[in-house]
Design a protein around this ligand. Structure first.
Ligand SMILES: Cc1cc2nc3c(=O)[nH]c(=O)nc-3n(C[C@H](O)[C@H](O)[C@H](O)COP(=O)(O)OP(=O)(O)OC[C@H]3O[C@@H](n4cnc5c(N)ncnc54)[C@H](O)[C@@H]3O)c2cc1C
Length: 431
């Protein structure tokens, strides 16, 4: 196969697919509807803050093998930083209790035997219940699989699963939670070290990829929104971008790496997730105090995770659909009250019984951050191979077996690269 692989979408699925293919010497053309690459994982300059911020804080774990491979391939292996060992700091906003979760590195989870390594108020036996997720039946929710109440649920499983699935955990697919658990905590603390793109998502995942591709002669065409795939004889014959039509040669293929909603509009007969969940991030322009952990889990309040970047503190709230219409000023004040308490910073206004006055802030709402990780939506995820012989799918919404995460996204990009690269023949669609 010597044809061109046309990749639609320059989010991480499209970029990872392009990087993989160009590493193998394949010809690639990359089309992106927006004016920049990165999609739902991007950095940009926010004029009101005078800072470069991310659309949302992203957490990876050391067990995310494909994500780390991608970072290495684009020369950004050092851009993901985190503690040397698996450690997660938590704070209960209601009573100020702090604890550190410290799983040991190996697979044998002896850490649960030590009170100072586990969640306060829990015993070793409490941790066994989550093991049921590893053997969950297809179609079952987490609520049907394990106990969704008690101290351990409230202080560990619910916050961790909510951030991994971005959907109320009790109603989420147990198989997706099991897949995350299998590759991280159940694989030992060595696979569970938190990793954060401290200099921003753009510097870790996007700009180095664009440079790597440019060095191989590939520059995305920005502002190129695919309007239509033209099919003939069981394959894609051309791509339509507004007035322009790009014909495909006999050896050419297409990787569709745009989001599910775009796929549903463009690919006839496709079944794909059609229900999404929001994520809300608030960035505060304030230097973190010395000793502030890179990542702090918060329970008992509105805020869920507090990230400490060099020039800002930043709060993430998952499954945030209920907050999409809330007044921004009220949200910022409430979240800053929690964040400043968590970071031990002064909260101007609190002494007079008023809400805190936050430092300069910006709220970023991503309404369709991820597909809803329910069994019903998970069942709608299509395979990368389609009914058309030269059309392949990539993206976090395809059937990766993982929730909508960077790890799943990059695996999907790699898989599509393998399929398109070897010119895998999909079954020809019956006419
Ligand atoms: C706020 C937020 C926080 C997150 N937190 C985490 C986290 O902590 N850890 C984690 O692992 N994951 C996290 N995720 C999930 C992760 O960001 C996504 O799974 C991943 O970025 C999806 O990449 P993608 O390439 O599949 O899709 P996208 O990023 O959506 O990329 C698709 C691209 O296609 C383009 N496009 C759309 N339609 C067309 C068209 N018709 N023609 C051409 N181009 C088109 C879009 O502009 C976009 O650039 C988070 C997501 C969000 C939004």
């Amino acid at each position: 196969m010597t044809g061109v692989v046309h990749i639609v979408g320059a989010g991480l699925a499209g970029l990872s697919c392009a990087v993989r293919l160009t590493d193998e010497g394949r010809h690639v053309a990359l089309y992106e509807a927006a004016r920049m690459a990165g999609g739902r994982c991007r950095s940009y300059h926010d004029a009101s803050l005078g800072l470069t911020i991310d659309n949302g804080n992203h957490l990876l774990l050391s067990g995310n093998a494909a994500a780390r491979d991608y970072a290495r391939r684009i020369g950004a292996g050092d851009a993901l930083v985190g503690p040397e060992v698996c450690v997660f700091d938590f704070l209960d906003l209601r009573d100020g209790a702090r604890w550190r979760l410290r799983p040991n590195a190996s697979r044998l989870p002896w850490w649960v035997l030590f009170a100072d390594r586990r969640v306060p108020g829990t015993g070793p036996g409490d941790y066994l219940d989550a093991g049921r997720l590893l053997f969950a039946r297809d179609g079952a929710t987490i609520g049907e699989t394990m106990r969704c109440e008690g101290v351990l649920w409230e202080k560990l499983w619910r916050p961790v699963l909510l951030s991994a699935l971005n959907t109320e955990p009790a109603e989420s697919a147990a198989t997706l939670a099991g897949a995350v658990l299998r590759e991280t905590l159940a694989a030992g603390g060595a696979a569970c070290r938190p990793l954060v793109a401290q200099k921003g998502l753009g510097a870790a995942f996007v700009e180095p990829a664009l440079q790597t591709l440019a060095a191989k002669g590939v520059t995305p065409r920005f502002g190129a929104r695919l309007r239509e795939l033209v099919f003939a004889d069981g394959r894609v014959a051309s791509l339509r971008f507004g007035d322009e039509e790009v014909p495909l040669g006999p050896a050419d293929s297409v990787v569709f790496a745009a989001p599910a909603w775009s796929a549903l509009e463009t690919i006839p007969g496709l079944t794909a997730p059609n229900d999404h969940r929001a994520i809300l991030n608030v960035h505060f322009r304030v230097a973190p105090p010395p000793g502030q952990p890179l990542l702090l889990g918060l329970v008992g309040g509105l805020s869920e995770w507090l990230f400490a970047f060099e020039d800002r503190l930043s709060v993430t709230i998952s499954g945030a659909d209920r907050l999409m219409d809330a007044p921004r000023e009220t949200l910022a004040a409430q979240i800053w009250t929690e964040a400043s308490a968590a970071a031990g910073l002064d909260c101007r206004g609190a002494a007079s019984g008023l809400a805190c006055v936050p430092p300069p802030w910006q709220i970023v709402k991503e309404k369709r951050a991820t597909f809803a990780a329910t069994p019903a939506q998970n069942a709608r995820r299509p395979d990368a191979v389609t009914d058309w012989s030269n059309l392949f799918l990539a993206g976090d919404w395809t059937a990766t077996g993982l929730p909508a995460t960077i790890e799943g996204t990059i695996r999907s990009g790699y898989r599509a690269a393998e399929l398109a690269g070897r010119g895998a023949e999909s079954p020809v669609r019956p006419s």
